[in-house]
Design a protein around this ligand. Structure first.
Ligand code: HEM
Length: 281
């Protein structure tokens, strides 16, 4: 008979316990691969935290990239329902990623310095999962492919995403398809180049916001994109701030000026006119 106070949960007879010839939880998730990939190069206690935060972030970035590829396709096909669903998920993934800085902030500068040399020139700057997400959202920069030249498969994957329309590019096409006038050179632009703010796009968004009832889906899409940029900027800011807290103004292991370089990323907007329009409403 069960007793609520014995602090013990009995096994149930039907619980599966024999996995000799049956697929277990660990088999399905390949946990023997995932959980043996944490291999510190130093004997310092905190290197494990450093590795786990990065690996966990890479998994979330992988999922964000997977979802964003689908969002681009959904919006391209005019399937707003599925597009909105995955964009909402991406926002939560980004928020989850931002949360992880609070754990990393428990790493003190002194403790980090104990194993920093072991990292060599490796840096998150070389994260292809992150670059994929930036490119999918629309922060295109061909020169960033260079660090991936030693891995032709990754390089090719990123090149395809660099050359393809971003989430914002497909959104602008949808504006045009909905009768809003967008300059032809915006629609046929070289997608591998950084997106430049454009007046016809600003006017189109202004019209969407001023006639929200008429263009409700576009209005909703715009606000979902704002959500994504908001969450993404919070990740960028917390990264920069955590880095400042841990290494001050030292150079990055990747060779950049460090915090100064990360601060410049905060000026990059995926959807510039969506912010500009607010001034003009
Ligand atoms: C002690 C912790 C960390 C420090 C000191 C640090 C420092 C830096 C620095 C200085 C850069 C600029 C490039 C360079 O010169 O290396 C950078 C870039 C980057 N880091 Fe970190 N980082 C830390 C943790 C993380 C974590 C946990 C992630 C998660 C994936 C991450 C992802 C990135 C990414 C994606 C970039 C490129 C950003 C961009 O292109 O704007 N970093 N990091």
């Amino acid at each position: 008979m069960s007793c609520p106070h014995n602090n013990y949960r009995a096994m149930e007879d039907d619980i599966h316990t024999d996995f000799k010839d049956d697929m277990s939880y660990g088999d399905y998730l390949k946990l023997n691969q995932v959980l043996t990939a944490q291999q510190p190069l130093s004997y310092q206690h905190d290197e494990m935290l450093f590795i786990v935060i990065h690996q966990a972030s890479e998994l979330w970035l992988k999922l964000a990239g997977h979802e964003l590829s689908s969002a681009v396709k959904n919006i391209q096909e005019g399937d707003f329902g599925h597009g909105f669903k995955v964009i909402s998920r991406v926002k939560q993934i980004l928020n989850q990623l931002t949360q992880s800085w609070n754990i990393l902030s428990t790493l003190t500068p002194v403790d980090y310095l104990k194993f920093r040399d072991a990292l060599g020139h490796s840096s998150g700057f070389q994260s292809y999962g992150y670059r994929k997400v930036e490119f999918l959202l629309g922060n295109k920069n061909a020169s960033l492919l260079k660090v991936h030249e030693s891995d032709p498969v990754v390089h090719q994957e990123l090149k395809v995403i660099l050359d393809a329309p971003s989430l914002y590019d497909v959104t602008l096409k949808v504006l045009h398809d909905n009768g809003l006038s967008i300059d032809a050179d915006v629609l046929s632009r070289d997608f591998s180049q950084a997106y430049q703010s454009n007046d016809s796009v600003l006017q189109a968004w202004l019209s969407v916001y001023q006639n929200a009832d008429e263009h409700f889906q576009l209005y909703e899409l715009a606000e979902k994109l704002i959500d994504i940029e908001d969450s993404f900027q919070q990740w960028r800011f917390k990264h920069m701030y955590t880095v400042q807290r841990i290494i001050g103004n030292k150079m990055g292991t990747g060779g950049s000026t460090g915090v100064g370089f990360l601060k410049k990323a905060l000026d990059i907007s995926f959807f510039p006119e969506l912010f500009e329009l607010r001034t003009h409403l």
